[in-house]
Design a protein around this ligand. Structure first.
Ligand code: PMP
Length: 412
């Protein structure tokens, strides 16, 4: 059925009959218009996942980049290898060692953020109609990639310990029984976006075991793994099953997203395909960005910097949890994330987070409704709250405004 929105687009866009079928999945989010309002300074945005990089030592970054231009400028501004700068790939193996991964730099492919890595992996594996199993809920940016390649998302439930093995097994069995092909499981094991939960060690073992037995490849997306608020980083899934896991990492949250540097670590043959896909997509990832990140890692105590980020985000997590406890009406529930950027808030029955959003923005607070994180329209009674960017005081004010909107909503 053609909706009013589609009809309006068709009137405005004379190319509409000529686009590839896959563009049908490339739709602007219905909440995008609201977010331009939400980015006004008077609105407390608990919506975006922007890392707070105000603590970065810009003098150190600036002088590392200055030295790079002075000493290796003509290399840094030239085309480079499709796989990425070798020195950076070596440093990436040091980063991954913190999560128990013992990898060779030859198996690392540098990408334009881990977002491009999700895109390349999907391009390499998915034909239209193939199935990708995702946690419920899952990262909105990855769902957009799967949709763009016309892959079908089948969700499997999570609980406080992450992906539920029985739910994963059930999803696999049902998809296979329907004669469909599963290309991979897409999972965010640490400080999940948007659910905030972390997969326990026991669950990791079970998930790997199921995927190995069922012949399902695992795509482990891990941009937040080093941003835990206590203890050591969890051991990556990739550390225990190098042959059946593609691991994705990123410098966006541990350094800065503006460089757009992420990576994929893949079994040998897959790595070859990813490099070819990278070459046809960008020729090579940006040489200058890669060398700048490499210079920063060499010049700065990057682990100390991550520790500072962790402390800042923990303070903001605490501010959000305290505010939720003090201010939200009865009937709401949420988790307490052990790291990362996000809290998943479940609303009392009958309250619809998407329908409520315009009223929240009018009350000068923004969030992302839960439906954005499901491929199948679920999630209407939940929302994602980000605590990464606003100050603790603004977070409390944002939750106060949200509580006011919710109270009115519950009286309706
Ligand atoms: N995966 C997840 C789970 C994310 O939260 C994000 C960023 N929000 C990305 C991938 C993409 O990050 P980037 O491209 O900046 O590395």
């Amino acid at each position: 059925m053609t909706s009013d929105v589609q009809r309006t687009h068709a009137r405005l866009d004379s190319f509409v009959d000529r686009y590839a079928a896959r563009t049908a999945g490339m739709t602007a989010s219905e909440i995008r218009a609201l977010f331009s309002v939400a980015s006004r300074p008077e609105v407390v945005s608990l919506a975006g996942g922007m890392p707070n990089i105000s603590g970065l030592p810009l003098d150190v970054v600036g002088s590392a980049i200055g030295d790079l231009v002075a000493e290796q400028g003509t290399v840094a501004m030239q085309y480079g290898s499709g796989q990425g700068v070798p020195a950076l790939r070596e440093q990436i193996t040091d980063v991954m060692r913190l999560e128990g991964i013992d990898a060779h730099a030859d198996d690392v492919v540098v990408t334009v953020g881990s977002q491009q890595a999700v895109d390349l992996v999907t391009r390499v594996f998915c034909d239209p109609g193939d199935v990708v199993i995702c946690e419920a809920p899952s990262y909105v940016g990855a769902l957009g990639v799967f949709r763009a390649y016309q892959a079908e998302v089948v969700h499997a439930e999570m609980d406080a310990d992450g992906l539920v093995p029985e739910a994963l097994q059930q999803a696999i069995t049902a998809v296979k029984a329907a004669g469909r092909t599963i290309k991979f499981l897409y999972t965010i094991p640490n400080f999940h976006n948007p659910a905030g939960v972390t997969m326990s060690a026991e669950r990791r073992r079970q998930v790997l075991e199921i995927c190995q037995r069922e012949g399902v490849l695992v795509l482990e997306d891990n941009p937040y793994g080093l941003l835990g608020f206590s203890g050591e980083p969890m051991r990556a899934l990739r550390a225990d099953d190098p042959d059946n896991v593609i691991y994705l990492g990123s410098f966006s949250k541990t350094f800065a997203p503006g460089f757009r540097v992420g990576w994929a670590l893949a079994p040998h043959p897959v790595r070859e395909k990813l490099v070819l896909a990278q070459e046809s997509s960008t020729l090579c990832p940006p040489q200058f960005s890669q060398m700048a990140v490499s210079a920063y890692l060499a010049a700065h105590d990057w682990q100390g910097q991550i520790k500072q980020f962790r402390e800042m985000y923990r303070e903001r997590r605490d501010a959000m949890i305290d505010a939720l406890e003090d201010l939200l009406p009865a009937g709401c529930s949420w988790n307490v994330p052990e790291g990362g950027f996000y809290v998943w808030l479940t609303l009392p029955p009958g309250v619809d987070a998407k329908a409520m959003l315009p009223r929240a923005v009018t009350a000068r607070v923004a969030y992302v409704p839960g439906t954005a994180f499901y491929a199948d329209g679920f999630g209407s009674s939940a929302m994602r709250l980000s605590f990464c960017y606003p100050t603790p005081e603004r977070i409390r004010e944002g939750v106060r405004r949200l509580a006011g909107v919710l109270e009115t909503e519950m009286e309706l």
